[in-house]
Every structure is written in C-alpha cells, then in structure tokens.
Design a protein around this ligand. Sequence first.
Ligand SMILES: Cc1cc2nc3c(=O)[nH]c(=O)nc-3n(C[C@H](O)[C@H](O)[C@H](O)COP(=O)(O)O)c2cc1C
Length: 416
Amino acid sequence: MQSEIQAKLAKQPLCAGSQIAEADLRQILEKAILAPSGHNWQPWQFRIRQDGVELHIVRQPIMEFIEQDDHARYLSAGAVIENMCISAASLGYSVVAQYFPIPENPLFVAYIRFTGLSPADYHLLDLCHLLDARCTNRGFYDAAQPMDYSKLLTLSQLASQTASTRLVWIGRDTAEFPMVAGLCGRSEQLFFECERGHAEILEGIRFRTESAAMQRDGLDVRTLDLGPMGTAMLKTCRSWNVQTLLNQFGASRLVNFVTQRQIKSSSAVGLVISDSSDHLSVVLSGRVMERIWLVATKLGLSLQPLYAILPLIRYPTSRERFFSASQILAIERMVGDFRMLFGCSESNAQFLFRIGHGCTPKVRSLRKPLASFILTDERSGSSLTESCHNFEPIRTPLSDKLVNTAQLRIEPSEVS
Ligand SMILES: Cc1cc2nc3c(=O)[nH]c(=O)nc-3n(C[C@H](O)[C@H](O)[C@H](O)COP(=O)(O)O)c2cc1C
C-alpha cells in the first residue's frame, strides 16, 4: 500500500492552487455524485474553475414542506464533499474545502481545491471502493442476527472525530427502541395524512421502470422494497382523494405499522447530532453521515435513513400552513418524545437512521449523467449563476471557514 501511495504522490506533485488533470477531475466528480440525497433528487451542481470546483445546491420547488431550510440538501452536499475527498485520495490528491465562500449566497456551499495527497489522508484510500457499494437498504433486516457492538462503536468514533458532531444509538434491546419505532411510524403516517407531505413523497416515486431509467432521479418504486401488494397500494394512492378515502380504512395506519416493523427488524437506530444548527454544521454532519454509511457498508451493515420525522418537528412556525389543529398537537407531542428519547434539541438533530443486517438490494437508484450537473457560464440566467457570476475564487482569501480534510480524520485502525 505504501509504495502505491508513493507512486501516486510522484505522479501528482501538486500544491494548493495548481490545476488538476481533467480526467482526474471527471473521475472525482463521477464518484461525488454517487452521494445519497433525499428522494434521490441529486440537488447539486458544479462549476469548474481554473484551480478548483464550486459546489452549489439546487432547490426543487416541489419540496416546499420537506426542504424548508435546505437541510437535506446540505446533508447531501456534505456527502458529495466526502466522496470527493475519498475519490481524490485514490488519485493522489487531498481536498481543501472552503465553505460558504460568499456568505450572502447560501446555495454556494463550498469551493473545493486539490493539493498533493497529504499523508494524513492515506487512510481514505481504504474507503474508495465503498463509494459504489453504499446504498439505501429499505428491506426488512435480519433481527435474529446478533449485532457486534464494536461495529457501532467504530461508527460512533467516526462522528466524534469532528469537533462538532456525535452519534447517539438506541439499541434494539433497550426500552426506548419500541418508542423510537413508534415515533418514526407516526411520522410516516402523518405524511400520508397531509396533502402537501403526500404530494412531495409521491412526486418523487417512479412507478415505471422505463421512466426511472430515463429520468435517473427520484425513487424507482422497486427500491422501496414494498412487494407487489404494497407497490399496487402505493400506486392506487397517487391521488390525494383516493389516499384520503383509503385512510378511512386504515391505509395511513398501515404505513405506520410497516415502518415500525422495519425498524424493529433492525439492530439499532442512530442519530447524528451537531453542536449547532447553522448551515456549516449541517454540511459537516453530511460528511459524517456519508462516512458512517460507507464504513457501515464496509462492516457488512445495512442502513436506511429515517428522515420523515425531521421536517415535522424542526419547523414550528410553518406548521399551520400544512397541518390541522389536531395534527399540530400530535407533532408537538412528537417533539417532546424526540427530545426525551435522544436528549437533544430537534434543531441539532441532523441524520436519523436504522442499521442492521439486510440482504443486498436487488435494484439500485440511478444518477443523472455528470454533464447535467456541470454549470457553465453559458447557462447563466438561472438564479444560481446570477448570484455568483462575479465570484473570482482564485482571488478569494481563504477565510476561517477553510477546512482541511484532516478535520474529519478517521484512523485506519478504526475502519479496517
Ligand atoms: C438527507 C437524506 C434523507 C433521506 N431520507 C430517506 C428516508 O426518509 N427514507 C428512505 O428510505 N431513504 C431516505 N434517503 C435515502 C435516499 O432516498 C437515497 O440516498 C437516494 O434514493 C439514493 O439512493 P442510494 O442511497 O441507494 O444511492 C435519504 C437520503 C438523504 C441524504
């Protein structure tokens, strides 16, 4: 391994500010876009500059309720940066990310430059092959298979290696575990009892294999692992009128029941918590999320995000827009339960997930082609381009927001 690294270093004697070979940059970005994203919306865009790459997030108008503060998009942006660090390492580069270089433009998440591979990043080489292997596993897991708790400890250590994040576990053998399952079940149920939530979930589902293959975003219904009955039922519920009718016969309660069963088939539920709730904390939590997910994959564990509860409990001021008075009361109870179970404020809760031993999913989510994410100056006209067209990243002084990959260190011994 050492001689391999040295060969790479000899090939790429780069220092900050120098250019990266185009073929390498392409490869790094191809791996970057394997990052997970809410509903597989892939809300990112890149602009290639002479000495680096700009990373922007992109808003989809449809996600008005789920994405009230771009939270899930920032998590995904963090995962993109993490993937870039890992794939860059495999090509002999280290990454230096300058976060939010234009404070007035919150969509411009990071300016990313490449230096010669720092020895501090050698451990990333072990993670590169996992970028293709990581995926969301929504099936039932094997509850009978005992969890090796040292694996969960390894994942906790990944979160603790940043100054600002930590990972809290609720294991299946604790009294709180069924309560978390109940809480997540109720959140999913509420989505199917709220017109806006229902629309945002259903909008992203691709019921036809051909449209999933053509659009290459959203959720191919086969990745939901619902079986023929569940898929047929979801399809029937595409119309809100049908959904409300079927809810009278228990359709939304069935969603709650299935969610709880899925969670109870898992070994534990984990929550990444950050010290603060600003945009940078969310992006850094996204990097941690991706590292946890990749290392979990390496350890043979399956993972599914349990995101539905977060938009419900995070935005008290907008609840009246989307929910009835009785639903608001139910959400307020959820907030109390969440705080009690996880011991943190909902605004610092970044990424909730279940983990366990599952079978490898048969169908994987696709990604749009890299070219569709590359922002060129000819494409100006979008607000994204306008908002940063005067930016000259080469001359931008590195601020205190400059964060080297070394700030998210994982020691090789902990992941091998
Ligand atoms: C912030 C975030 C929230 C997500 N929430 C959920 C969720 O609540 N339920 C779920 O099944 N998958 C969830 N996912 C997983 C995405 O749907 C998944 O990453 C995407 O479809 C791409 O598939 P892949 O992870 O298999 O590559 C979430 C992912 C992210 C990054």
